[in-house]
Write a new protein. Sequence first.
Lengths: 186, 413
Amino acid sequence: MTITDRPVDNGVNVQALLGAREALSAAPEAAQFTFRAACTWLNGTHSRSSVAGFTGLGAEQQHRTTYEYDVDHPECFASEDNGATPVEYILVGLVGCLTAGVAAVAQHRGIQLRSVTATIEGEMNVLGILGADPDIRNGFEAVTVKFAIDADASRDDVEALLAQAQKRSAAFDIVTNPTKVLVELA
Amino acid sequence: MIQTTAVVIGAGHAGLAMSRRLTDRSIDHVVLERGEVANSWRTQRWPSLRLLTPNWQTRLPGRLYAGDYPDNFMPVAEVVATLTCYARLIGAPIRTATTVRALRAAPDGYEIAAGDDLLRARAVVVATGACTLPAIPRLAEAVPPGITTLTPLDYRDPGHLPDGGVLVVGASATGVQLAGEIRRSGRPVTLAAGEHVRLPRTYRGRDIFWWLEATGLLAERYDQIDDVTRARHLPSPQLTGTSQAVMTDLNKLAAQGVRIVGRLGRITGGVAQFSGSLANTCALADLKMNRFLNRADEWATASGLDHELPLPHRFAPTRVDPRSPLELDLRSGEITTVLWATGFRPDHSWLDIPVRDRAGHLRHDGGVVTGAPGLYLLGLPVLRTRASTYIHGAAADTQALADHLHSFLSRRG
């Protein structure tokens, strides 16, 4: 353990988050957010999605810039591999959300992080999506995330950090719990 | 019209304790009770239930446990007898079989419609209990027809259930006790476990409630707790009122053959879907338990008790079966009963006074209702301290609130 007088700084503005929690509890309509993405089919299994704005705090909000994502399937699926597969984006979303949570919870608990790396794996039997075996589901059978965290804290505290990051993660909730999905024709 | 200075609604442990405090302060009052003393204990508790707190801790104002078994846990019938005896001891002015239908603001106080009577009082103490109604999630509506559903308020014993498998939803004290009891009757049991509180019955030779009290945890005040809303909504710890087993946790249930699954997230097309977050839910409960045991050990060392207590140790982590299913088809015939051990809530529907927050909870400051001078709440979880959740907590709570009530009456002359 390093003894230092420097304040813990993981680059997370915890005061702003705590302020938001208080302000939004008093004005619940502002806490209602809608996140959006738009997708255009290009060719084959290749599509491009963009994320530009979202609704929240009672107003329309814009990202600093429009983010674009190419989605495709790999060559071994007879596709052109112009981008990550949809399920890999889900892994990216999940691990990104957990990592953000680790940093935020560490900041709140006064734990200085030195490095955080993670690998995430989703196991999938593609006989499901190929419709070859009705007993096999389309999606992941299991997802495994392995974090390596170097921080000024005991192993118990880092485990607690990781558990709390899961507890407060939107992506973790979306992946682990059922979500109602409506797909309609415009 | 009956005029009195104060009205206490509910003759359970909290209402009776308040009556005693008011009598001590010579405050003229009436206790209104919908049934008999300890009514919910008489009519809404399953027979095998015992208090989670040991007998020595079941203290009421002016009455300590004087029986021969301080380390045992009171069965429901003994709780009823204890409270009935206490009501007589303190000479509580109770009107039984008098259901309160409405409480309204009136000039100089409150008007209470109770039974066939109308009462006027300057102060009212609501002590109607925290467990009057079952809290059932909305997804219960999607349980397919033909399945028996019940709550712990209706449950009696496994013999009253239809044959077949039982899905117990919720892993609080109630959920684990009923899952275990039903499993022992030979039925297949699945327990859906969301966030839960794991604690051992005993640690280092002492009951866990001894530790909770000795370390000062139960005395933590509502206005000093970091997130009191969360503390007030925590599930009860996975304990059973028995010294037979150190743990009545998920590991114990799994060893008995109970199938543990994640939180019930949705029922769609008759299929129950469970959360995949069970491993983390269990990890959180283990971490929280160990955090308390660390605090207990530190306290024991600081108090110089290490030489008279057995050595510190830790319990095996909760084992999560990787084959635990994410889905269960409720139409397959495997499950014939769903038991909602998903918590309870108070019934304040008769309170006709605008004192609720956006979520419908009564706004109060440690039991002093906000915006309704002279109106008080009692007997709710973490009302004033963490002990408020338990019977003995009413002693300090009624002391503080009776003082407040007394000075409220004096101020108004």
